[in-house]
Design a protein around this ligand. Structure first.
Ligand SMILES: [Zn+2]
Length: 302
C-alpha cells in the first residue's frame, strides 16, 4: 500500500467493537480499550470482529475469498468490450452525480469487492479506503491498485460493524454490495453513522421488471455465493437516510442489464455502429421508462 494511503487508513481506523484507539504493530493491531486483537495480513488490516461472525457472513466471505476468476475481478472493466465499460462508467457517473466533486475528500467503499469502485473514485479525485468482508477480495483490490498505479487503502471490514468512528469519513459509498446482507438496511444505518458529509447507495431495485426477468431466467433471486438478493426500494432507503439527518440529493431508478462477465452479445454490441445504436437506445429507454428500472441510486448529504 502506498505510504499516504496507509497513513490515511491508520489515522481513520478505530476498533469495530468499542471504537477505541488502536496500537499498531507490523502483524497485528491491538485495541487499547477492549484489548481485541486484529491481524494484519499481507499489509491488510483484518478488522472484522470474530464475535459477530455468523454462518451467512462466513459463507459469503468464503465464496469471495476463493472466487474462481481472480484476474477478471482484479482488472475489470479494463480489457472488457467497449459497451461493458460504457455501462459501468454510466453507473458510476450516476452514483456520484449528487455528491459534488471529489477534491480529496475521504470516501469509504463498503462491500467494495476487488476495488473497481475504489479505482473509479480515486480517478475522480477522492481519497479512497476500500473495504470488504472477504480477505481474498481485499487482496485483489490491493493487486488492482498496484497494477494500475492507483492509490487507495484496503481493509477487511464488516459493513454491519465498521471500524470507524461516527462521522469520521466524508463519504460512504456502496455499489451492488448491500444486497448480500440478510438485512441491507443495517448496512445503510452503519454507512450513515460513519459518513460526515454524504452517502451514495447503488443497488438492485425491487422492480416488477426484475421479477419478470427472474421468471424467464435473465436474473436471479439467489446468487452464486448463496445469498438471497435483498433488493431495496427507493422510499425505504430515502426514509432510512432522512431519519438519520440526511438530505436526499438524488433518488432515482434506471434500467441496466449486463452479465457480470461479458459474453458474445456484449462484444457484438461493442462494434462501432452497434455501440452507437445501443447506447443511444439505452438513453432513450431510460428517459422513457427508467423510473421502473432495475437499479436504484440514492445520494444524500448532511
Ligand atoms: Zn476495542
Amino acid at each position: 500500500m502506498p505510504e499516504t494511503a496507509a497513513s490515511t487508513l491508520q489515522a481513520l481506523l478505530a476498533c469495530p467493537a468499542c471504537r477505541g484507539l488502536l496500537e499498531w504493530e507490523a502483524d497485528r493491531i491491538t485495541c487499547a480499550g477492549c484489548r481485541n486483537i486484529y491481524p494484519v495480513q499481507d499489509g491488510i488490516p483484518v478488522m472484522a470482529r470474530p464475535d459477530t461472525a455468523d454462518a451467512h457472513k462466513s459463507r459469503q466471505a468464503g465464496y469471495f475469498d476463493e472466487h474462481e476468476d481472480t484476474e477478471f475481478e482484479a482488472t475489470r472493466p479494463h480489457g472488457t468490450p467497449g459497451l461493458y465499460q460504457w455501462l459501468l462508467q454510466e453507473k458510476f457517473r450516476r452514483s456520484v452525480a449528487g455528491l459534488g466533486p471529489g477534491d480529496g475528500a475521504t470516501v469509504l467503499t463498503v462491500c467494495g469487492g476487488s476495488g473497481m469502485d475504489a479505482e473509479f473514485l480515486a480517478g475522480n479525485g477522492f481519497t479512497v479506503v476500500a473495504s470488504d468482508l472477504s480477505l481474498g477480495a481485499a487482496r485483489r483490490a490491493k493487486e488492482r491498485a498496484r497494477r494500475f498505479g492507483v492509490e487507495f487503502a484496503v481493509v477487511v471490514a464488516d459493513v454491519e460493524h465498521l471500524p470507524f468512528g461516527d462521522r469520521s469519513i466524508d463519504f460512504s459509498y456502496v455499489h451492488d454490495g448491500l444486497h448480500h446482507l440478510t438485512d441491507p438496511l443495517t448496512g445503510v444505518a452503519e454507512m450513515a453513522r460513519v459518513a460526515g458529509r454524504g452517502i451514495s447507495i447503488n443497488e438492485p431495485a425491487r422492480a416488477a421488471a426484475t421479477a419478470a426477468a427472474v421468471k424467464v431466467g435473465l436474473s436471479v433471486d439467489v446468487e452464486e455465493a448463496g445469498n438471497r438478493v435483498e433488493r431495496l426500494r427507493l422510499d425505504q432507503v430515502r426514509r432510512a437516510l432522512e431519519e438519520r439527518g440526511f438530505r436526499v440529493t438524488t433518488a432515482e431508478r434506471y434500467a441496466m442489464l449486463y452479465r457480470h462477465e461479458p459474453g458474445t452479445l456484449m462484444r457484438i454490441l461493442s462494434l462501432p455502429v452497434a455501440f452507437g445504436l445501443t447506447t443511444a437506445g439505452w438513453r432513450l429507454l431510460n428517459r422513457a421508462i427508467g423510473r421502473f428500472g432495475n437499479k436504484l441510486s440514492v445520494q444524500a448529504m448532511r
